[in-house]
Design a protein around this ligand. Structure first.
Ligand code: TXA
Ligand code: MG
Length: 313
């Protein structure tokens, strides 16, 4: 792939218009969402979507999430149902992705769904993402804006570090508040948890008044479900109470460490810091030891990402 100069854009009117114009032209623009930075492309433009896979080095069979500004827009692409509405009421806009049957005449590139007859769709809550979706006036396919298999980006700098020269622009609007990717729920039509993420399972179960079976999709290999993912370049060791010599120590709660996910043992703060702290430790280039994180609320999603970061490669 030829390299290009990646523009550094900001969340002002002129730059937002420029970012929207690039998307309409079939170019790739990384943009902030409340979860992580996404690598955006017009989901109707097969060439644009193909270049997302190329820029990330992503296996072609992994489908992408489509981002839209509201429920009415989502209904153009998927078969809406009562459960989807029940979940959209409290969680959209926000860190929940729903997988629903594709609607006939959806007009999306088949590369977005990797040929599946379902679509993963989300309404992001970040004001800059919302403005970009409105100006581009297009459904935007966006995986996390990192090279496939590596740590997800929660700042514009993380995106530049991984994808500079491979995409048209990065729209910079600071750090992502949630810091973990969206929770993915299958609704086709049985409810299934496909990925832990920014909305805690407990909150979803409360809304639906049912317990959620966690299913591993059998027909696709999703990067979120791959064993090795979110990987720093050196080894990662989990649930340790102190580091060995030569290791960097990522802490949680009051303790001696190189970086702390949350000194107050706050899982929301830990989620927001997770990928940034992993990026910082990765840059130092030593093995990483990580303190135990409670398996509750956002701790489930944090532990899921850490388990994959530590998995054999
Ligand atoms: O928070 C997020 O979800 C971020 C921001 C940018 O929105 N996006 C994100 O995308 O995490 P990505 O591509 O890194 O992860 C999307 C996940 C993958 O595991 C993919 O396999 C799964 O969604 N997925 C997409 N379409 C699917 C479908 N039709 N059925 C099941 N899983 C699907
Ligand atoms: Mg990803």
């Amino acid at each position: 792939m030829s390299t290009m100069q990646t523009l550094h854009l900001h969340a002002n009117d002129a730059d937002l218009a420029r970012a929207a114009g690039l998307l309409q032209n079939g170019d790739l623009v990384a943009f902030p969402t409340e979860t992580v930075y996404g690598l955006g492309a017009d989901a109707r433009n097969g060439k644009a979507v193909a270049s997302v896979y190329a820029a990330k080095g992503r296996p072609n069979f992994n489908p992408l999430i489509v981002h839209v500004p509201d429920v009415a827009s989502a209904q153009k692409y998927v078969m809406w149902n009562e459960t989807a509405q029940l979940l959209a009421d409290p969680f959209w806009p926000g860190a929940l992705t729903m997988v629903l049957p594709l609607r006939e005449g959806h007009g999306l590139s088949s590369l977005v769904t990797a040929g599946l007859d379902t679509l993963a769709i989300r309404v992001p809550n970040h004001p800059t993402a919302q403005r970009l979706l409105e100006l581009a006036n297009a459904p935007i396919a966006a995986p996390s804006a990192n090279p496939s298999g590596r740590i997800s980006p929660t700042t514009a700098q993380h995106v530049f570090d991984g994808l500079s020269g491979k995409i048209a622009a990065v729209l910079d609007d600071g750090a992502c508040a949630v810091g973990l990717e969206s929770t993915i729920l299958g609704l086709t039509p049985d409810v299934a948890l496909l990925r832990h993420g920014g909305v805690a399972v407990e909150a979803i179960e409360k809304t639906l008044s049912v317990g959620l079976p966690q299913e591993t999709p059998k027909t696709i290999t999703a990067p979120g479900q791959m064993e090795s993912h979110y990987a720093p370049s050196e080894a990662v060791r989990l649930n340790v109470s102190s580091a060995m010599s030569g290791e960097l120590f990522l802490g949680f709660g009051p303790m001696q460490c190189d970086l702390n996910l949350s000194e107050n043992a706050d899982l929301i703060e830990a989620a927001a810091n997770l990928f940034d702290h992993l990026h910082q430790l990765d840059k130092i280039g030593k093995p990483i030891a990580i303190a135990p994180i409670p398996q509750t609320g956002l701790g489930r999603a944090i532990n899921d990402r850490l388990r994959r970061a530590a998995a054999p490669r």
